[in-house]
Design a protein around this ligand. Sequence first.
Ligand code: MEV
Length: 444
Amino acid sequence: MENKIIKGFSKFNKEEKIDWIIENYLDNDTSQKEFLKSYWHQNSKTQQLHDEFIENTISNFYVPLGIAPNFKINDKVYCVPMAIEESSVVAASAKSASFWLNRGGFKAKVVSMIKVGHVHFAWHGDYEKLRVFFEEIKQKFFTETESLTANMRKRGGGILSIELINKSDLEPNYYQLMAKFDTCDSMGANFINSLLEQFAQTLKNELLNDQSLSEKEQEVQIIMCILSNYTPECIVRSEVSCKVEELTEGTDMSSDLFIEKFKQAVHIAQIEPYRATTHNKGIYNGIDAVVIATGNDFRAVEASGHTYAARDGQYRSLTNVEVKDGVFKFWIEVPMALGTVGGLTKLHPMVKFAYKLLGNPNASELMEITATVGLAQNFGALRSLVTTGIQKGHMKMHLLNILNQLEATNEEKKFFIEEFKTKTVSHQAVVELFNKIRAEKAIG
Ligand code: MEV
């Protein structure tokens, strides 16, 4: 296909954008317009809201919202909303939640909630001189941002510290202003980035005003001002524990064998990055689904978690297990910068619903819930992996996807669900039986 290029696409209205892509990329197939419009919300105000979340919106992209009930966290029971497209994730979370409901539930706590941002700059001169200068003007970074921090300070947050960091051994003349923030119940990206830009301005002005410096030393090149999504001091921990014999109650597996394999599985994820990646991916199946449903930035949360998982130089599991004095303990410790105010949280209708369902948590409670779902997800995955294997449960949940691909009727779906209750689901087995039944129908 010929590459079609356009200038000013963003200036088109929504219908014009659709017309242009249909004409230039979709062989003038006008039925595509009807298709895209069929995904518009029936309420034009709600649709406009969605249109305005991003740029060049042409339609909506649905992801299911599922519910994992029975999550007992710090003695409170939650129905957790999860937005995710992958089958069996919600089921695994719900199953783990029920399992731990009868074994004391989850205990979660926020360890700290500090966010970080940097002014990255280049400066030519003697570091010691810069250090002395920085200490002299440090207070100005606080005073010159007072109007920007006033509201946050009223809520108990603000700038916690500003440090000068020398990185010139890694990149010539490279230094940072590294600042730490308490952003209370907001994720804080806009707050932090605005402050950093003001810090850069203050740095520039103060250098220029310092007559004791040479002309060269009065100059600074601000490279960039940006928060860091790595938040190793914004940490939440969630754990479960029970007596070892409670782990395999109602199954025919011995608890000793279960624990041995479970511990080995976690250890493998500690020492083997190939496995650690999949292990942590499963954790983020749960975490991301809650982060999306609650209108937070799952890319930021994941990026931070993966960096944290590699903090000692090797990528490792985010969960840990311990068995001591007959007690099994399994926990997660993970960075998570979440907000319950600002961003999409008060805008997206589904997000507003999610908050209502969770009882309007503040940021630290939401961190506890979200990390717990990650732990539950990992427990569920490991439990399946070291016992029945993952495919049995997964393919059962995937059955409807296969049937939908085959355009099965509701009646046929019912029949297949019944039929495969006691059989192993495989793509081939489902397709074969489906074709057989359809052929018989055609003859009959
Ligand atoms: C699938 O999305 C996630 C798992 O692979 C996680 C794991 O292996 O721990 C099941």
